[in-house]
Design a protein around this ligand. Structure first.
Ligand code: ZN
Length: 525
């Protein structure tokens, strides 16, 4: 759990919090000059000693001496001072470590500062597949629980792909106004609410109705072919993005490619399109509505895809501009149930409502693990191997890979799920630099926000994560630090900055632990 810094990198890092010393020297010099201008600079520098106030946006914030991972796949670089003015990154100054040591470094002034020497700064993570949930298994679960977990692990943006749309639209506005401590939201509303549109005319009307509600995009589940083209065409006309959870259905990834779907969620629809007979070899008693059976057979789906056809499907997706958000984390229980059931975070961070929802029960979506066998896990492990390869091939062919967690289902807890997803991208064979790019610059591009979000770059929105460790060496630095870890405590997010508002991440996580422990006492009564 502890983070590691490569020895060669360590030697290039400033070991001590040197930032305050040269400033004092500069201050003395400024007062010595005793001109009005110099005094102004001096006052700025003096004020720069102050640490940020949790949850309050300063006028001008400096993050000092950080190693920066920009988010676009370029290597880490630093030390740098990042200056945030209001809610935007105003300036990034590269520093000469020798000049920092001897006090001659030019440091831009600020009102408050974060000493990030020895720390890493990455763009705020974007969760491309979230669900705002205020209850689980019929039990209330406070929104604060989700929001603090997300912010506490560096997630500053969530694309909500189906929740209670009117409520989430309000949340989006309140988050943007800084009235609620939460990530920024993009609302992709469920298209197929009742009554489900029956033809192309009704389908187009539904898209326009949703647009009129003010949503950012649509969330589709399995679709029929006759309405699929019209929905995607109308969405394009209305300027809406479209995320689709494909089902084993009439349409598959080739339809998505032909009509320019924004992002394919999960993975159904990709191997299906590469099965020579056009349909998986289901047993005769297969019933798609039986989740236990559905997920069991899903574990035998990738092996039925013809490898050559699969490459053609991936190429078609790339050509059609379809991004892929595989949400590898949300199926992981299928390949290793015991791991899923015994995650070390549960003791402190699992809300009793969510705990109840995770218990095997056919009435809770995804809680299908009654009678899960070693045979099921073996098939699912093979399923993952082929799936990993396909995601990797997809990117190599020019495709855009995104990152989303889909937490709140199948043993995934908000925030933890997204970091686990990054780990699984690494396991799939992507370098950590790429995994981080998937969650930042790529996700921003999928949202159509590539000029505002997903990079540590002047002019971009100030959504930043200050990390107590090197995420390129260990993605686990995003998780809460564990005092019980054999390697000792370490890592964790120091500060999450969303829209220029700094949050003490460990304070947020402490508040989550308190909230969970109070809720447990409540449900024990
Ligand atoms: Zn979902």
């Amino acid at each position: 759990m502890a983070f590691t810094v490569f020895p060669d990198r360590l030697s290039r890092l400033p070991h001590h919090p040197v930032a305050s010393r040269p400033r004092r020297a500069a201050l003395t010099m400024a007062i010595g000059l005793s001109t009005l201008a110099a005094l102004t600079v001096g006052v700025d520098l003096l004020e720069a000693q102050a640490a940020p106030t949790h949850g309050v946006r300063p006028r001008r914030l400096a993050i000092r001496g950080a190693i920066v991972v920009e988010g676009n796949g370029t290597p880490a670089e630093g030390p740098k001072d990042i200056i945030v003015e209001g809610n935007r990154i105003a300036q990034i100054v590269s520093l000469d470590p020798a000049a920092i040591r001897n006090g001659t470094a030019q440091r831009p002034p600020a009102d408050v500062e974060i000493d990030a020497s020895g720390k890493y700064v990455v763009p705020g993570l974007i969760n491309l597949h979230g669900h705002v949930q205020d209850s689980r298994a019929g039990q209330a679960q406070p929104l604060d629980y989700q929001f603090k977990l997300w912010l506490g692990m560096g997630i500053t943006t969530v694309r909500d792909v189906s929740s209670e749309t009117p409520k989430t639209l309000q949340l989006r506005a309140r988050s943007l106004a800084g009235e609620v401590h939460a990530p920024r939201f993009y609302v992709y509303a469920r298209y197929a609410y009742m009554p489900v549109p029956r033809n192309a005319v009704e389908a187009r009307q539904r898209v326009r109705d949703l647009k009129a509600q003010g949503v950012d995009g649509l969330k589709l589940f399995g679709m029929d072919r006759d309405v699929y083209g019209p929905v995607l065409d109308e969405a394009k006309k209305q300027g809406l993005g479209v995320a689709q959870h494909m089902a084993v259905d009439e349409t598959n990834a080739l339809d998505a490619a032909a009509h320019g779907l924004t992002s394919l969620e999960h993975w159904y629809g990709v191997p299906d399109a590469a099965i020579p007979d056009g349909v998986q070899n289901f047993p005769s008693n297969f019933n798609y509505a039986d989740e236990g059976m559905r997920f069991r057979l899903a574990g035998r789906l990738w092996r039925e895809a013809d490898p050559e056809r699969l490459q053609e499907v991936l190429k078609a997706m790339v050509k059609g501009g379809v991004a892929w958000n595989p949400t590898l984390d949300i199926y992981e229980a299928s390949r290793d149930l015991q791991r899923a059931e015994t995650q070390p975070w549960y003791a402190d961070y699992l809300h009793p409502a969510l705990e109840k929802f995770f218990r095997p029960d056919p009435s809770n979506h995804g809680s299908y693990f009654a009678n899960w066998s070693s045979t099921d896990e073996a098939f699912w492990k093979e399923n993952y191997r082929i799936w990993f390869g396909a995601v990797r091939d997809f990117e190599r062919l020019g495709g855009v890979v995104g990152v989303g967690e889909d937490a709140g289902f199948i043993y995934q807890v908000y925030g933890f799920g997204l970091i686990r997803e990054l780990e699984l991208h690494q396991e799939a064979g992507f370098p950590t630099l790429k995994a981080l790019q998937h969650a930042t610059a790529n996700n921003a591009r999928i949202l159509g926000q590539q000029e505002n979000l997903g990079r540590v770059r002047p002019g971009y929105l100030a959504d930043l994560v200050v990390l107590n460790g090197n995420p390129l060496e260990d993605l686990k630095v995003f998780y809460p630090p564990r005092a019980d870890a054999a390697a000792g405590p370490g890592g964790g997010v120091a500060w999450t900055i969303k829209d220029g508002i700094p949050y003490d991440a460990q304070r947020l996580l402490r508040e989550v632990r308190e909230l969970v422990s109070t809720a447990k006492r409540g449900s024990a009564r």
